[in-house]
Design a protein around this ligand. Structure first.
Ligand code: GLN
Length: 273
């Protein structure tokens, strides 16, 4: 069977997804696939492609199938142990980089709830700043470590398995803390896309009944770990929730700026001491 036959025969998933699956299985770039549609595919590879197409039909995210997601122009390894980095999370990295250009003295950065390591590794790669990446999930940290190695950022990153700040010595202060913590509420959970709800780690998404339980704890603990003129950069899920978390950060004495994402939803809060 030729590449062109699979492309014309497969109707159950989108063409782009299919081409990604073929490219992944045959270890060929996508452009090469389209330029070599007459190429014969071995039976074993064909069976593999068919299995992956079935996975995709069941709703498995393409990134888990191809084990890869681009974030801030870097190819991150991902699998079911971590949340797939979202494009809107790049906002946090952009914000951090902007602050770092203005405040080059910043040298202690924490990425809380690092997951695949996307935020911390992206910042470390651009700046060489030392970063501590924290996650409650040991499994997620294995993925983050793998990414630091694959993307050659391992020298300046430390990984800590901890439930928020529990595993960090009290009194250890950071100039900047970034956090993309779980913030999906109980009510929103049923409306979450099947791809997300049935495949991505719930622990990375579900923020308790109101969605803000983890952020509440974060805001309570952070004063012990933030330098006096430190920055907190958080990802949040929308206007109502944004207001609530903004209030929490203001209560601990931070001045907070709110930013929206490309779909005009409140997505990021930057608190400054
Ligand atoms: N934005 C994520 C979603 O798509 C939620 C991420 C989070 O809870 N931190 O579902």
């Amino acid at each position: 069977m030729q590449i062109r036959d699979i492309i014309s025969e497969t109707k159950d998933i989108g063409k782009l997804d299919l081409i990604n699956i073929i490219s992944f299985t045959l270890s060929m770039r996508k452009e090469e696939i389209l330029m070599n549609v007459e190429r014969e595919i071995e039976n074993e590879q064909l069976a593999h492609i068919k299995n992956l197409v079935k996975d995709r039909m069941r709703g498995k995210p393409l990134s888990y199938i191809t084990k890869s997601k681009e974030f801030f122009s870097e190819p991150f390894f991902v699998d079911e142990r971590v949340l797939i980095p979202r494009p809107e999370t790049e906002l946090l990295v952009e914000e951090a980089l902007q602050i770092l250009t203005k405040k080059p003295h910043i040298s202690h950065i924490l990425d809380m709830g690092t997951g695949s390591g996307a935020i911390g590794i992206a910042i470390s790669k651009r700046t060489g700043t030392h970063i501590v990446c924290v996650d409650i999930s040991m499994e997620a940290l294995s993925v983050a470590r793998k990414n630091a190695f694959l993307l050659q950022a391992s020298g300046s990153i430390h990984f800590v398995c901890s439930d928020l700040f529990r595993g960090i010595k009290r009194g250890r202060k950071f100039d900047m803390v970034l956090a993309n913590l779980p913030y999906v509420s109980h009510e929103e959970w049923d409306g979450v896309m099947v791809e997300v709800r049935d495949f991505e780690p719930k622990i990375a998404l579900y923020g308790g009944v109101g969605g803000t339980e983890v952020y509440e704890r974060f805001a309570r603990e952070i004063p012990h770990y933030l330098e006096k003129d430190g920055y907190v950069i958080c990802e949040v899920g929308g206007d109502t929730q944004g207001k609530k978390i903004k209030g929490m950060l203001e209560t601990i004495g931070l001045t907070v700026v709110v930013k929206k994402d490309l779909s005009d939803r409140v997505r990021m809060l930057t608190g400054h001491g």
